[in-house]
Design a protein around this ligand. Structure first.
Ligand SMILES: Cc1cc2nc3c(=O)[nH]c(=O)nc-3n(C[C@H](O)[C@H](O)[C@H](O)COP(=O)(O)OP(=O)(O)OC[C@H]3O[C@@H](n4cnc5c(N)ncnc54)[C@H](O)[C@@H]3O)c2cc1C
Length: 420
């Protein structure tokens, strides 16, 4: 049996921020991580499948950079920061062809109608599903395109269940930054401040009646307080004794995991498919057409990246990586022509759906349940059991790595207060 003051469960952004804060406050803590690596949903690789260039499987952008705590930490660490908004271009396609000027104007006008109709509705009660709120725009030829972008691609969610309030609160604004070398790699460097992490050590049960006792395959760890940072996809698989209060159980159920599957297709040669660097291609969503975002040669990387989100991503994930890759290849062929595929190597397909330690990409609130994030963030046992992580943010940064980091800092302060 091992003992400590605070046990941190999970070494993603929230857990690492919590441990950094606890150590800075002179509090003894142990961090356990189920996976073989730290970083959680911030994970960078740079193998042959991405042309030996870095690729972030999970978090990529520092959104809302002005209030993102990682922006300042990256600057202080001397990390090269890429100003994404200045480099990123986008174009609109209808099937294989570029939208005409008139069609582009039509799309922009539809976005204005969306802003004028849906945003005010999102400030009203009752909270309804995103798709239900879109009903007045249904006849608009661009409504499905906007819905695909906002719900499946950005929120990674199913629009028929996504809370309109949750969508509005977490609608990203401000500057988007890229950390050269990848966010996962940056977080790993930052993790040295958090102290040692016991990887390969999943929590398998959490007792929280008389102090905290957490079972792991390496033995039980006792602590005065625990900070639980695992995703809402993993939380239902963790037995708590006593059971969590109904409020927390309901909050977890109301925060299902969305799915955003990213793919990278490495260039086989020098052929750049006629696309400049850092070009996002959006396509008009039409019945029977693949629903996918495409991002060519991001910031000079030698691969084309694609994003499949929401219900389509989940359905493909259930069929396996090959089905997801085939879907993306067929979408690329439809957008860029079948010959484009000859210039691209086999796809790297991210694995967030099947990964038992994440079970999705990030959480979204079900319609009518936008308050669930705040409920989950409410400490239990006078602050001795605290939930942290991206799903717990109520400040507009839910679903983001910056939000996860802030949640870890706050959870650490709550745990410290519980011991004073
Ligand atoms: C495809 C994708 C794209 C994204 N894009 C962006 C983006 O561009 N910008 C952005 O800001 N955010 C983005 N995100 C979201 C961002 O990655 C997450 O919000 C953030 O990393 C979550 O951090 P966390 O600490 O809350 O959770 P996690 O990173 O999931 O950390 C929890 C940790 O707990 C571990 N764990 C699980 N079960 C157990 C257990 N039983 N015992 C011990 N440990 C356990 C996990 O292995 C994990 O390491 C993206 C995510 C994905 C998947």
């Amino acid at each position: 049996m091992t003992s400590t003051d605070v046990l941190v469960i999970g070494a993603g952004a929230a857990g690492l921020a919590a441990a950094t804060t606890l150590r800075a406050g002179g509090i003894a803590c142990i961090v356990i991580e189920a996976a073989v690596r730290i970083g959680g949903r911030a994970y960078t690789t740079a193998g042959p499948d991405t042309g030996n260039h870095w690729f972030d499987h999970g978090a990529t952008w520092l959104h809302s950079a002005e209030r993102n705590p990682l922006s300042e930490l990256a600057r202080a660490a001397g990390t090269k920061i890429i100003e994404s908004d200045k480099l990123r271009r986008w174009r609109l396609q209808i099937g294989p062809r570029l939208a005409t000027a008139a069609e582009l104007a039509g799309y922009r006008a539809a976005r204005e109608r969306f802003d004028a109709t849906i945003r005010p509705r999102a400030a009203q009660h009752p909270d309804i599903a995103f798709a239900a709120a879109m009903a007045p725009l249904r006849d608009d030829p661009w409504a499905a395109t906007i819905e695909l972008w906002e719900a499946a691609q950005i929120a990674a969610a199913d629009p028929t269940t996504l809370s309109l309030h949750d969508w509005r609160i977490n609608d990203l604004e401000g500057t988007n930054l890229i950390l050269d070398g990848g966010i996962g790699a940056f977080l790993s460097r930052l993790a040295t401040r958090a102290g040692p992490v016991e990887c390969n050590t999943p929590a398998t049960a959490i007792e929280w009646s008389d102090g905290i006792a957490v079972a792991t395959p390496r033995g039980t760890i006792r602590a005065k307080a625990a900070i639980v940072t695992v995703s809402t996809g993993v939380l239902p698989t963790l037995p708590f004794a006593p059971a969590l209060p109904a409020s927390h159980q309901e909050a977890i159920a109301a925060l299902p995991m969305g799915l955003l599957t990213k793919l990278a297709f490495p260039a086989l040669g020098a052929d750049r498919l006629g696309l400049p660097d850092t070009m996002s291609i959006r396509q008009q969503a039409r019945p029977g057409e693949p629903a996918m975002g495409l991002f060519a040669w991001p910031y000079g990387a030698p691969y084309v990246q694609s994003f499949i989100g929401g219900a389509t991503a989940w359905a493909l994930a259930r069929q396996g990586h090959a089905a997801t890759a085939d879907y993306a290849r067929s979408a690329i062929a439809k957008l860029l022509g079948a010959d484009a595929l000859k210039s691209l190597g086999p796809a790297l397909v991210t694995n967030w759906a099947a990964d038992p330690w994440h079970r999705g990409s990030y959480a979204y609130a079900l319609a009518g349940h936008a308050a669930a994030r705040g409920t989950l963030a409410t400490p239990l046992a006078d602050g001795r059991l605290v939930f942290a992580g991206e799903a717990t943010r109520t400040d507009g940064l839910a679903g983001t790595i910056g939000g996860a980091w802030l949640s870890g800092i706050e959870a650490a302060h709550t745990a410290m207060r519980s011991m004073s």
